[in-house]
Design a protein around this ligand. Structure first.
Ligand SMILES: CC(C)(COP(=O)(O)OP(=O)(O)OC[C@H]1O[C@@H](n2cnc3c(N)ncnc32)[C@H](O)[C@@H]1OP(=O)(O)O)[C@@H](O)C(=O)NCCC(=O)NCCS
Length: 171
């Protein structure tokens, strides 16, 4: 893998075809809060109504083609020192270190973009070993196990909680 071909950038309307390839895959959306996107119209609408207006969402790109996303949502008011991070990648690209590289890039940017941000959090289901491994490889610390914490795809699921502080080192 030539990691110099990986970039993160804002979504564009013209990403709809590429987004449809990975967002229509149930293996990708199983651990995500949103459902698969199955048509080009839905993909365009999703980019216009969700991806572009999102406060901080980037497309992870390979040779500038969208293969996934990474997003950060900051809490509001007195909790704005904290933000939640989420990501996914098309299953054709799993296991090549791409999300690890993209997450390292994103961390450097978000702590600059949000000057009052101190803590990034991620919630991961126990069965999702790939995602746990990504967080560990980047330098996130596992802090605990939250029983019956998240509601996803009609089920209440257990979650591990991970964090990365502005003072932590990217590995
Ligand atoms: C989880 C996900 C983001 C990982 O992306 P990726 O680009 O494949 O991740 P990387 O290649 O950077 O690293 C994956 C690591 O997990 C490991 N891994 C993957 N599946 C695993 C499993 N079932 N058990 C143990 N380790 C596993 C890989 O071996 C690799 O570790 P290594 O480098 O030490 O060998 C990707 O699989 C995905 O998009 N899944 C669906 C959406 C999702 O789960 N999003 C996160 C929600 S919290």
């Amino acid at each position: 893998m030539d990691y110099s071909r990986i970039t993160i950038r804002p979504f564009k309307i013209s990403d709809a075809d590429d987004l449809l390839k990975w967002a229509s895959d149930e293996k990708v959306t199983y651990y995500l809060r949103w459902n698969t996107i199955t048509t080009i119209e839905e993909a365009s609408k999703y980019i216009q109504e969700v991806d572009i207006p999102h406060p901080w969402r980037r497309s992870i790109c390979f040779d500038d083609r969208s293969i996934s996303y990474i997003s950060v949502r900051q809490e509001s008011g007195s909790e704005c020192h904290r933000a939640h991070i989420g990501y996914a990648i098309g299953s054709d690209y799993w296991g090549q270190g791409i999300v690890t590289v993209a997450l390292k890039m994103a961390i450097q940017i978000v702590f600059k973009d949000f000057s009052n941000l101190v803590r990034l959090e991620a919630m991961v289901e126990p069965e999702n070993r790939g995602s746990q491994r990504v967080l560990e490889k980047v330098g996130f610390k596992q802090e605990g196990f939250l029983r019956k914490y998240g509601f996803n795809k009609g089920e209440i699921r257990d979650m591990f909680i991970y964090s990365f502080l502005s003072t932590d080192q990217v590995l």
